[in-house]
Design a protein around this ligand. Structure first.
Ligand code: AKG
Length: 406
């Protein structure tokens, strides 16, 4: 490629903020980083990569919460520089990977720039990779229905034998507030997401691959996050789609795109969903929107969260079991503070000797069907198992502004 034809990835926000960011980084002891980043900005590709490695080391120098925030911005700076160089070299996939790493691990200062750049690189890639399709629609349905009678046999003992979660159609905001939000009682809301573009789009592999295939996403591999063999990986979305269609359904090989803020990262997918009005109940604010996308058999073990939660089931079905917060003392929470919101009990294999009270506790459960939303009040314990390939979105929100815990 001649210099004249090299595409340029413009980064006006980075260019405007770089001097002050480098000054702050230097003040934190990052003199070497700043000098590399300055060389990277002047067009030195190796310096861009060296700066990225330096920032990466700082991000891994201790526990995540103790990383000095400016180093997360430094990492985003370096990722943008690397992406600019790779884009100019026509290495669009590598450029996108660098930008995604910046979005996943970098600070907030350059988030808008990273998002703008991913859109530009994505558009350039689509032009290159998908022009052969002549704009014709293809439908790559990745989701086929499963033999439900078979998968239901895998559910924890006593499933679907106690009380099921109440289901309501056309639930008004007022009804939600009065009958569920204030009293803290779960409900399945049917018919509230028919207007989401995702309902038609996310069943289609071709669509998902087209908007997100080249993006890098963090996934979890293994039975559950409490299993010893569990690990996290960074893979492309298209590799993830291939994995969830593959026949490796053993729990050790399960790949789950779980609790990831995918919609902050991939704006095209955000346009496919609508924040439910119910999430504005209580006058608080949205805390996070997470994607939960995986094959049949993924398990999120019994745990609770501090926020209100609407779990929207866009594709497929999930089994969900709920225990009220009043039973917290009976649910054998882990003693380490990091895991104190998770139960030691493996509901898929309850050790009755170690946890004798468990089988006597009452719970609510349900099969959450495609197109339904489940309201989970704060601190309610929940266990979730996908019965089919499944794509859900959780909306967490707090009760009041300025309340970190509610
Ligand atoms: O869908 C899942 O696997 C878990 C969802 C969950 O735990 C949540 O939304 O808080």
């Amino acid at each position: 490629m001649t210099t004249a034809s090299r595409p340029i990835l413009e980064t006006p926000i980075l260019d405007a903020t770089l001097p002050s960011l480098l000054q702050q980084i230097t003040e934190e002891g990052g003199y070497a980083f700043s000098s590399m980043a300055t060389r990277a900005a002047a067009g030195d590709t190796r310096a861009a990569e060296a700066a990225r490695e330096m920032a990466w080391e700082q991000l891994h120098s201790g526990p995540w919460h103790s990383v000095v925030p400016i180093w997360r911005d430094a990492y985003a700076v370096a990722c943008l520089h690397v992406a600019k160089h790779q884009f100019s070299a026509g290495e669009f996939k590598l450029a996108l990977r660098a930008l995604d790493m910046g979005l996943i691990m970098g600070g907030l200062t350059l988030r808008d720039e990273l998002n703008l750049c991913t859109r530009k690189v994505g558009a350039a890639m689509r032009e290159k990779e998908f022009s052969d399709n002549g704009g014709g629609e293809q439908n790559g349905a990745w989701y086929k229905d499963f033999n439900l009678a078979e998968v239901v046999k895998l559910l924890p003992v006593k499933s679907l034998s106690c009380k099921t979660v109440e289901k309501k159609c056309g639930l008004s905001l007022e009804g939600f507030l009065r009958e569920h939000f204030v009293s803290g009682s779960p409900v399945i809301i049917a018919d509230a997401m028919n207007h989401w573009p995702a309902k038609d789009r996310w069943n289609d592999m071709y669509y998902l691959n087209k908007v997100a295939g080249f993006r890098t996403v963090p996934v979890e591999v293994g039975k559950t996050y409490l299993s010893p063999d569990w690990k996290q990986e960074l893979i492309t979305f298209s590799e993830f789609l291939e994995r969830i269609q593959s026949s490796d359904c053993s729990s050790a090989g399960l790949t789950y795109l779980a609790q990831h803020q995918l919609f902050d990262q991939i704006q095209e997918l955000k346009q496919d969903i609508v924040v439910p009005d119910y999430c504005f109940a209580g006058g608080g604010e949205i805390r996070s929107l997470n994607a939960w996308f995986g094959p049949p058999g993924t398990v999120t073990p019994l745990h609770h969260d501090p926020h209100h939660n609407i779990l929207a089931q866009v594709v497929g079905k999930k089994y969900i079991r709920l225990y009220p917060s009043s039973l917290s003392g009976e649910l054998y929470p882990h003693s380490e503070s990091m895991l104190s919101n998770s139960s030691q009990v493996d509901l898929d294999n309850i050790d009755e000797k170690e946890f004798p009270r468990m089988l006597d506790l009452e719970f609510l459960d349900c099969i959450l069907e495609e197109g339904e939303m489940l309201y989970i009040p704060p601190k309610w314990w929940h266990y979730v198992r996908s019965l089919t390939p499944s794509f859900s979105v959780s909306f967490w929100w707090s009760n009041e502004v300025n309340s970190p815990e509610s």
